[in-house]
Design a protein around this ligand. Structure first.
Ligand SMILES: NC(=O)c1ccc[n+]([C@@H]2O[C@H](COP(=O)([O-])OP(=O)(O)OC[C@H]3O[C@@H](n4cnc5c(N)ncnc54)[C@H](OP(=O)(O)O)[C@@H]3O)[C@@H](O)[C@H]2O)c1
Length: 287
């Protein structure tokens, strides 16, 4: 069995190592961190691994340190004795292949392997990993090996071209996956302003949120869009904005920005009249 070393066995590092260990995909070798205690905790969580062990016998070195440390940690690998042909993979979403440039003279295969998942709680992440998409960029044979390994732990992979803009790639995921909770928080605050409790708000919104999300993913944003903007109803939008601006200026500004963007989706849907969407754009003009 091939051997996996992890530099930075934090949330992502220990979750993936545990999954690879549990499914007998890789033997777990060195676990390298800054302090002894978190590394010992990682060994206990994974059920295997050698605290501070050597990278020399690692077939795969997974670098899962926080983004600000990643550049230095990868560049420092130039001084390490690495196994010829080893795969060096980092798990960052925002950072790309250019971090591997300092290793160009080394006989290693470099890959960005970004698991597109929230790893806030490693125990939960292990339970819910099945179906997770990991995007791969970099050396082809290493991508193929990692694709097999991720499939063996219930994941999916997608190869990305080397030349994509990594910052915008990451911003796209942040837009959808990180801003969705913000949208729900704004809705719950608005419910509270209306006198509806948070608990009732979640009960009311839960089914429609799930339904809309499924529809958006199945049919696309324009086909799934409903509501006053899709219907071309500037009077209702104006009423919402007026009430919100009295209740909470930040909520009103967020609503206006989203309604303005929604007018573009509604235009694509084609049900609302051009005049009504122009009126909504006027109402929500930030200037
Ligand atoms: N969290 C997510 O949901 C998520 C999702 C996808 C991708 N990612 C990416 O995965 C990577 C790791 O994120 P994470 O959330 O797992 O971070 P994390 O939980 O903070 O874990 C980072 C690990 O790196 C160690 N570390 C920090 N600086 C180091 C250094 N200079 N040398 C060696 N080890 C060092 C930390 O040690 P200490 O315990 O001593 O701090 C910790 O074990 C990042 O690139 C992140 O962007 C994260």
């Amino acid at each position: 069995m091939k051997r996996l070393a992890v530099i930075g066995p934090g949330k992502v590092g220990r979750t993936l190592a545990r999954l690879f260990h549990d499914n007998q995909v890789f033997e777990i070798g060195a676990l390298i961190g800054r302090d002894k205690r978190p590394v010992d905790e990682a060994v206990a969580f994974i059920g295997s691994g050698e605290p501070g062990g050597s990278l020399q016998d690692a077939d795969i070195v997974l670098v899962a340190v926080p983004d600000p440390a990643l550049e230095t940690v990868i560049a420092d690998l130039i001084q390490q004795d690495l196994k010829p042909g080893a795969i060096i993979a980092h798990t960052s979403g925002a950072l790309g292949l250019d971090l591997f440039e300092p290793l160009a003279s080394k006989d290693v295969r470099c890959v960005c392997a970004h698991p597109v998942k929230a790893f806030a709680d490693p125990a939960r992440a292990v339970e819910t990993f099945a179906g997770t998409m990991t995007t791969l960029q970099g050396e082809a044979s290493a991508r193929a090996e990692l694709a097999k390994a991720f499939a063996a732990i219930g994941g999916r992979t997608l190869d990305l071209p080397d030349e994509i803009d990594r910052t915008l790639y990451h911003a796209a995921i942040v837009f959808m996956a990180n801003h969705l909770p913000t949208l729900v928080a704004a809705g719950l605050s608005t419910f509270e302003q209306a006198g509806v409790s948070r608990e009732d708000g979640i009960a009311i919104a839960g089914p429609i949120l799930r339904d809309v999300l499924e529809a958006v993913l199945e049919t696309g944003p324009a086909a799934a869009l409903t509501g006053p903007v899709a219907r071309g109803d500037p009077i209702t939008v104006a009423r919402h904005l007026e009430k919100l601006s009295h209740a909470d200026a930040d909520l009103a500004a967020l609503y206006a920005a989203l309604a303005r963007a929604t007018a573009d989706v509604a235009a694509e849907k084609g049900e609302a009249s051009v005049e009504s969407l122009l009126a909504i754009r006027e109402l929500t003009n930030p200037g």
